[in-house]
Design a protein around this ligand. Structure first.
Ligand SMILES: C[S@@+](CC[C@H](N)C(=O)[O-])C[C@H]1O[C@@H](n2cnc3c(N)ncnc32)[C@H](O)[C@@H]1O
Length: 187
């Protein structure tokens, strides 16, 4: 899709994300800002904001090519003021308290586990994780346990003849979250 500056933005020109991603929307409902990590085309972030599931989103990808595709979709949808695109690696790309809910979908379970082991999402102020690993669910569960996140529910979503895992997790001890967010610098 080529977007020229004199073409009016219109969200209807942006294709809907696949069913496996649309199925995640109820888990993101009520977020202040959703971080769509490994966003690629950013179709999920566009859908989140377009449907009012959350007022804002940050779409993050480690590679410039996918981000460029994401940027085209966000501009075409006219949502540049509500969706920020950012290059970065997993949760490390987020600053503290920018987003309260993060989604990571369409990435192998081993990669998601590596993101969790690299940066505890709690340290970024995240309150809920919605993970849809492609394989290696056990590695994601082990990494969640290692950084004290508790799986709330896990289920499968059908899409085009395949089943996609969805895992929703929250901090195992919510008091740790408030202690961390109120701790003095260096404390
Ligand atoms: C197959 S796409 C999935 C896109 C979308 N989330 C979906 O479910 O359709 C995987 C994307 O993850 C990105 N990615 C892989 N590792 C990453 C990391 N550590 N941090 C951020 N993005 C990453 C890749 O660049 C790629 O664009």
């Amino acid at each position: 899709m080529t977007i020229s500056s004199d073409e009016p933005a219109d969200v209807r020109r942006v294709r809907r994300p696949p069913a496996r991603l649309r199925a995640l929307l109820p888990e993101l409902e009520g977020a202040r800002c959703v971080a769509d990590i490994a966003c690629d085309h950013a179709l999920l972030a566009v859908e989140v904001v377009r449907t009012g599931v959350a007022p804002r989103a940050i779409a993050i990808d480690i590679a410039e090519g996918p981000l460029a595709a994401g940027r085209r979709n966000v501009v075409a949808a006219g949502l540049s003021d509500r969706i920020e695109l950012r290059r970065g690696d997993g949760f490390a790309a987020l600053n503290v308290d920018e987003a309260d809910v993060a989604v990571v979908a369409g990435v192998g379970g081993r990669s998601i586990a590596a993101m969790l082991r690299a940066v505890d999402p709690r340290s970024r102020g995240l309150r809920r994780l919605v993970l849809s690993p492609h394989g290696k669910k056990d590695e994601v569960l082990a990494a969640l346990e290692a950084c004290r996140w508790q799986p709330l529910r896990s289920y499968a979503v059908p899409d085009r003849g395949r089943e996609y895992v969805v895992l929703v997790a929250v901090p195992a001890d919510p008091t740790v979250v408030s202690a961390l967010s109120t701790a003095p610098e260096g404390g």
